[in-house]
Design a protein around this ligand. Structure first.
Ligand code: HPA
Length: 273
């Protein structure tokens, strides 16, 4: 753990030396949502491979760089591209960038991702504010020795997704006339998609959307005392009794088509912080 801590400090020190701003707000931009980055004024872009000890993302639709600039008038750090268990990263490796963001002073994290809809009321292209999650990965980024300076051994998960940010997002969605569902995200390892039986099971378990990211990041953020908000773009809806395959290109295209609405929503939230 001492090595891991030192690596976090080294990565943070490197980034600090490259940026002039000291953002308190961080964002993770998921599949097809990198367009939000286009909005960031005068952003400094640091490729992940230049940051000491940082993992490097390997998936189509995910760029791998850290942006630092103004979004909606506020200094923001944005991860364009993230790390997934299905790529072979460990839960702890996925937690690394979150620890670095915290070390850089970020106290708020807004996470976006693509997800499959399980709630039959949802449609492809809809946005869902994450109200809670179910961790079905069988993994946890907090396994192993606890760093007490970072957070508690037994992290409280009664309200991982900030009530304040949920209320703010709902308000901003209303004023911008953006439809925003609320729901529970279930996180799986992937990369295989769910069977019809699994889809039925996950719905019955109380989930509204299913995906392969978010939960490792979310648990780390809660442990680190970061105020968290999550938004999923519903890229496809999986109905077990009429289950159809969705090609990856369609998932990415739908995520991109929802990008502008998500961007507006996030801009409204960030501007009010
Ligand atoms: N399942 C899991 N992850 C996903 C899906 C899905 O249907 N769509 C986008 N991410």
């Amino acid at each position: 753990m001492e090595v891991f801590r030192r690596q976090v400090e080294e990565a943070a020190a490197f980034i600090r030396s490259r940026i002039a701003l000291r953002p308190k707000i961080a964002m993770i931009l998921g599949t097809g949502l990198g367009g939000v980055a286009g909005e960031m004024e005068n952003a400094v872009a640091i490729p992940y491979e230049e940051i000491p000890h940082f993992p490097v993302s390997t998936v189509a639709g995910h760029e791998g760089r850290l942006l630092c600039g103004l979004f909606a008038g506020k200094p923001v750090l944005a991860m364009q591209g993230r790390f997934h268990l299905y790529e072979g990263y460990t839960a702890r490796q996925i937690s690394f960038p979150i620890r670095v963001l915290r070390a850089l002073g970020s106290g708020i994290l807004i996470v976006s991702n693509a997800a499959g809809g399980l709630n039959p009321q949802f449609q492809a292209g809809d946005l869902m504010l994450v109200t809670d999650h179910i961790n079905m990965t069988g993994q946890n980024p907090l396994v192993g020795p606890n760093v007490d300076e970072w957070g508690a051994r037994f992290t409280d998960m009664t309200e991982p997704y900030s009530r304040r940010l949920r209320i703010l997002a709902a308000e901003k969605a209303l004023t911008a006339r953006i439809e925003l569902h609320r729901g529970v995200y279930v996180g799986l390892v992937g990369p295989s998609l769910e069977t019809a039986a699994e889809t039925r099971f996950l719905r019955a378990a109380g989930a509204d959307a299913v995906g392969m990211s978010l939960v490792m990041e979310a648990i780390t953020a809660v442990h680190a005392g970061i105020e968290l908000m999550g938004v999923s773009v519903i890229t496809n809806v999986n109905l077990p009794d009429n289950y159809q395959p969705t090609p990856l290109e369609e998932i990415i295209a739908t995520a991109e088509s929802a990008g502008l609405r998500l961007q507006k929503l996030l801009a409204g939230v960030v501007a009010a912080l």
